[in-house]
Design a protein around this ligand. Structure first.
Ligand SMILES: [Zn+2]
Length: 252
Protein backbone atom coordinates (compact mmCIF):
# COMPACT_ATOMS: atom_id res chain seq x y z
CA UNK A 1 0.00 0.00 0.00
CA UNK A 2 1.18 3.42 -0.85
CA UNK A 3 0.89 6.10 1.72
CA UNK A 4 -1.11 9.15 0.76
CA UNK A 5 1.53 11.57 1.99
CA UNK A 6 5.24 11.50 2.50
CA UNK A 7 4.99 8.69 4.98
CA UNK A 8 6.57 10.66 7.74
CA UNK A 9 5.47 11.15 11.28
CA UNK A 10 3.69 14.14 12.59
CA UNK A 11 4.79 15.71 15.80
CA UNK A 12 1.40 15.33 17.40
CA UNK A 13 1.43 11.62 16.77
CA UNK A 14 4.64 11.23 18.70
CA UNK A 15 3.31 13.38 21.49
CA UNK A 16 0.48 10.88 21.85
CA UNK A 17 2.86 7.93 21.72
CA UNK A 18 3.14 7.60 25.48
CA UNK A 19 -0.59 7.24 25.86
CA UNK A 20 -0.70 4.64 23.13
CA UNK A 21 2.08 2.60 24.64
CA UNK A 22 0.37 2.68 28.00
CA UNK A 23 -2.87 1.54 26.41
CA UNK A 24 -1.06 -1.17 24.53
CA UNK A 25 0.55 -2.48 27.68
CA UNK A 26 -2.76 -2.49 29.49
CA UNK A 27 -4.61 -4.06 26.63
CA UNK A 28 -2.12 -6.86 26.29
CA UNK A 29 -3.00 -8.21 29.71
CA UNK A 30 -6.71 -8.31 29.00
CA UNK A 31 -8.84 -10.76 27.04
CA UNK A 32 -10.33 -8.04 24.86
CA UNK A 33 -9.02 -4.83 23.36
CA UNK A 34 -12.50 -3.45 22.75
CA UNK A 35 -12.64 -1.09 25.71
CA UNK A 36 -9.26 0.34 24.95
CA UNK A 37 -10.00 0.55 21.26
CA UNK A 38 -12.66 3.19 21.93
CA UNK A 39 -10.43 5.09 24.33
CA UNK A 40 -7.54 4.83 21.90
CA UNK A 41 -9.67 6.22 19.09
CA UNK A 42 -10.33 9.32 21.13
CA UNK A 43 -6.76 9.78 22.31
CA UNK A 44 -4.92 9.12 19.06
CA UNK A 45 -7.24 9.19 16.05
CA UNK A 46 -4.35 9.04 13.56
CA UNK A 47 -2.92 5.88 15.05
CA UNK A 48 -6.34 4.29 15.22
CA UNK A 49 -6.78 4.93 11.51
CA UNK A 50 -9.43 7.67 11.55
CA UNK A 51 -9.44 9.01 8.01
CA UNK A 52 -11.48 11.24 5.77
CA UNK A 53 -15.17 11.47 6.60
CA UNK A 54 -16.42 10.09 3.29
CA UNK A 55 -14.16 7.04 3.29
CA UNK A 56 -13.90 3.71 5.12
CA UNK A 57 -10.58 1.87 5.02
CA UNK A 58 -10.85 -1.89 4.51
CA UNK A 59 -7.92 -3.83 5.98
CA UNK A 60 -7.10 -7.51 6.40
CA UNK A 61 -4.51 -9.13 8.66
CA UNK A 62 -2.50 -12.37 8.79
CA UNK A 63 -2.19 -13.39 5.10
CA UNK A 64 -1.28 -13.96 2.41
CA UNK A 65 -2.75 -17.44 2.64
CA UNK A 66 -3.15 -19.57 -0.50
CA UNK A 67 -6.05 -21.37 1.22
CA UNK A 68 -8.18 -18.26 1.65
CA UNK A 69 -6.73 -15.02 0.27
CA UNK A 70 -7.57 -15.86 -3.37
CA UNK A 71 -11.23 -16.08 -2.38
CA UNK A 72 -11.01 -12.57 -0.95
CA UNK A 73 -9.38 -11.33 -4.14
CA UNK A 74 -12.25 -12.77 -6.18
CA UNK A 75 -14.94 -11.14 -4.06
CA UNK A 76 -13.12 -7.81 -3.86
CA UNK A 77 -12.67 -7.87 -7.62
CA UNK A 78 -16.38 -8.54 -8.13
CA UNK A 79 -17.24 -5.69 -5.77
CA UNK A 80 -14.62 -3.46 -7.44
CA UNK A 81 -13.03 -2.70 -4.08
CA UNK A 82 -9.34 -2.43 -3.30
CA UNK A 83 -8.04 -2.88 0.21
CA UNK A 84 -4.98 -3.06 2.43
CA UNK A 85 -3.46 -6.37 3.55
CA UNK A 86 -1.20 -6.39 6.62
CA UNK A 87 0.88 -9.45 5.87
CA UNK A 88 3.09 -11.73 7.91
CA UNK A 89 6.56 -12.17 6.46
CA UNK A 90 6.47 -15.88 7.23
CA UNK A 91 3.30 -16.25 5.17
CA UNK A 92 4.52 -14.02 2.36
CA UNK A 93 7.72 -16.05 2.07
CA UNK A 94 5.61 -19.09 1.17
CA UNK A 95 3.29 -17.30 -1.27
CA UNK A 96 5.24 -14.69 -3.26
CA UNK A 97 3.17 -15.21 -6.41
CA UNK A 98 -0.02 -14.55 -4.49
CA UNK A 99 1.45 -11.33 -3.09
CA UNK A 100 2.29 -10.15 -6.59
CA UNK A 101 -1.22 -10.99 -7.69
CA UNK A 102 -2.61 -8.88 -4.84
CA UNK A 103 -0.45 -5.92 -5.82
CA UNK A 104 -1.33 -6.25 -9.49
CA UNK A 105 -5.01 -6.20 -8.54
CA UNK A 106 -4.45 -2.81 -6.93
CA UNK A 107 -4.36 -3.85 -3.29
CA UNK A 108 -1.80 -2.54 -0.83
CA UNK A 109 0.50 -4.73 1.20
CA UNK A 110 1.60 -3.54 4.61
CA UNK A 111 3.67 -4.88 7.49
CA UNK A 112 2.09 -6.99 10.24
CA UNK A 113 5.20 -8.82 11.52
CA UNK A 114 7.33 -11.76 10.49
CA UNK A 115 5.42 -14.03 12.84
CA UNK A 116 2.51 -13.34 15.19
CA UNK A 117 4.21 -13.26 18.58
CA UNK A 118 3.29 -10.08 20.52
CA UNK A 119 6.00 -7.46 20.21
CA UNK A 120 5.95 -6.81 23.96
CA UNK A 121 7.67 -10.16 24.36
CA UNK A 122 10.58 -9.02 22.18
CA UNK A 123 13.52 -6.74 22.73
CA UNK A 124 14.14 -3.72 20.50
CA UNK A 125 16.52 -5.56 18.15
CA UNK A 126 14.14 -8.45 17.62
CA UNK A 127 11.22 -6.07 17.07
CA UNK A 128 13.16 -4.12 14.49
CA UNK A 129 14.19 -7.34 12.77
CA UNK A 130 10.56 -8.52 12.53
CA UNK A 131 9.40 -5.34 10.87
CA UNK A 132 12.47 -4.76 8.70
CA UNK A 133 12.51 -8.30 7.29
CA UNK A 134 8.82 -8.12 6.45
CA UNK A 135 9.10 -4.67 4.92
CA UNK A 136 12.07 -5.74 2.81
CA UNK A 137 10.37 -8.92 1.62
CA UNK A 138 7.24 -7.01 0.59
CA UNK A 139 9.37 -4.55 -1.37
CA UNK A 140 11.45 -7.30 -3.00
CA UNK A 141 8.45 -9.44 -3.87
CA UNK A 142 6.06 -6.79 -5.15
CA UNK A 143 8.38 -3.95 -6.15
CA UNK A 144 6.54 -1.61 -3.82
CA UNK A 145 7.76 -0.46 -0.44
CA UNK A 146 5.04 -0.72 2.20
CA UNK A 147 3.98 2.40 4.05
CA UNK A 148 2.10 1.12 7.09
CA UNK A 149 2.62 -1.21 10.02
CA UNK A 150 0.12 -2.85 12.36
CA UNK A 151 1.83 -5.07 14.92
CA UNK A 152 0.32 -8.44 15.91
CA UNK A 153 -2.55 -8.05 18.39
CA UNK A 154 -2.40 -4.28 17.85
CA UNK A 155 0.14 -4.00 20.63
CA UNK A 156 2.24 -0.90 20.05
CA UNK A 157 5.32 -1.34 22.20
CA UNK A 158 8.01 1.31 22.49
CA UNK A 159 10.14 -0.95 20.30
CA UNK A 160 7.50 -1.02 17.58
CA UNK A 161 7.20 2.75 17.54
CA UNK A 162 10.98 3.19 17.39
CA UNK A 163 11.36 0.57 14.65
CA UNK A 164 8.49 2.03 12.65
CA UNK A 165 10.12 5.43 12.77
CA UNK A 166 13.45 4.07 11.57
CA UNK A 167 11.76 2.12 8.79
CA UNK A 168 9.53 5.01 7.74
CA UNK A 169 6.38 2.99 8.41
CA UNK A 170 3.28 4.63 9.81
CA UNK A 171 1.52 2.62 12.54
CA UNK A 172 -2.20 2.20 11.90
CA UNK A 173 -4.46 0.13 14.11
CA UNK A 174 -8.23 0.06 13.57
CA UNK A 175 -11.46 1.66 14.72
CA UNK A 176 -13.89 -1.18 13.90
CA UNK A 177 -13.56 -4.93 13.96
CA UNK A 178 -15.85 -7.84 13.28
CA UNK A 179 -14.41 -10.39 15.74
CA UNK A 180 -14.14 -12.58 12.66
CA UNK A 181 -11.38 -14.74 14.13
CA UNK A 182 -13.58 -16.69 16.52
CA UNK A 183 -14.99 -20.18 16.04
CA UNK A 184 -18.54 -18.81 16.26
CA UNK A 185 -18.08 -15.96 13.78
CA UNK A 186 -20.62 -15.74 10.95
CA UNK A 187 -21.14 -13.10 8.27
CA UNK A 188 -24.18 -11.89 10.20
CA UNK A 189 -22.48 -11.46 13.57
CA UNK A 190 -19.38 -9.97 11.95
CA UNK A 191 -21.60 -7.32 10.37
CA UNK A 192 -23.46 -6.78 13.64
CA UNK A 193 -20.19 -6.32 15.53
CA UNK A 194 -18.89 -3.87 12.94
CA UNK A 195 -22.11 -1.87 12.73
CA UNK A 196 -21.76 0.47 15.76
CA UNK A 197 -18.36 1.65 14.56
CA UNK A 198 -19.04 1.69 10.83
CA UNK A 199 -18.97 5.36 9.90
CA UNK A 200 -17.03 7.76 7.76
CA UNK A 201 -13.34 7.76 8.66
CA UNK A 202 -13.43 4.23 10.09
CA UNK A 203 -10.68 1.68 9.58
CA UNK A 204 -12.17 -1.83 9.47
CA UNK A 205 -10.13 -4.82 10.64
CA UNK A 206 -10.87 -8.27 9.20
CA UNK A 207 -8.71 -11.34 8.52
CA UNK A 208 -8.01 -13.06 5.20
CA UNK A 209 -6.32 -16.04 6.88
CA UNK A 210 -7.06 -18.32 9.83
CA UNK A 211 -3.39 -18.96 10.55
CA UNK A 212 -3.84 -17.34 13.97
CA UNK A 213 -7.62 -17.80 14.25
CA UNK A 214 -10.18 -20.56 14.61
CA UNK A 215 -9.95 -22.93 11.61
CA UNK A 216 -12.10 -21.66 8.76
CA UNK A 217 -12.99 -18.43 10.57
CA UNK A 218 -12.10 -16.45 7.45
CA UNK A 219 -15.36 -17.59 5.83
CA UNK A 220 -17.19 -15.18 8.14
CA UNK A 221 -15.21 -12.17 6.94
CA UNK A 222 -15.49 -13.23 3.32
CA UNK A 223 -19.24 -13.68 3.60
CA UNK A 224 -19.65 -10.27 5.22
CA UNK A 225 -17.93 -8.34 2.43
CA UNK A 226 -20.84 -7.86 -0.01
CA UNK A 227 -23.15 -6.52 2.70
CA UNK A 228 -20.36 -4.38 4.18
CA UNK A 229 -19.81 -2.85 0.76
CA UNK A 230 -23.55 -2.30 0.31
CA UNK A 231 -23.90 -0.59 3.69
CA UNK A 232 -21.04 1.76 2.92
CA UNK A 233 -22.51 2.49 -0.47
CA UNK A 234 -25.94 3.18 1.01
CA UNK A 235 -24.35 5.59 3.49
CA UNK A 236 -22.49 7.41 0.72
CA UNK A 237 -19.15 6.13 1.96
CA UNK A 238 -16.34 4.97 -0.28
CA UNK A 239 -14.72 1.69 0.83
CA UNK A 240 -11.05 1.38 -0.08
CA UNK A 241 -7.40 1.04 0.94
CA UNK A 242 -5.52 3.08 3.51
CA UNK A 243 -3.71 4.92 0.72
CA UNK A 244 -7.00 6.62 -0.06
CA UNK A 245 -8.07 7.10 3.55
CA UNK A 246 -6.66 10.61 3.80
CA UNK A 247 -4.49 9.95 6.81
CA UNK A 248 -2.64 13.18 7.29
CA UNK A 249 0.84 13.37 5.83
CA UNK A 250 3.32 13.68 8.62
CA UNK A 251 6.69 15.32 9.04
CA UNK A 252 9.45 15.14 11.56
ZN1 LIG B 1 -2.80 -10.67 13.20
Amino acid sequence: MVRSGTGRWETGRWAAGGAVMALGALAYGLPSLATFRRLRTRVTPGLAGVGRPDHVALTFDDGPDPASTPRFLEVLDALEIRSTFFVLGGMLERAPGLAREMTEAGHELAVHGWDHRPMLLRGPASTYDQLARTRDLIAETTGRAPAYVRPPHGVLSAGVLAAARRLDLTPVLWTAWGRDWTATATPANVLATLAPDLRGGATVLLHDSDCTSAPGAWHSALGALPELAARCDDAGLCLGPLAEHGLRPVSR
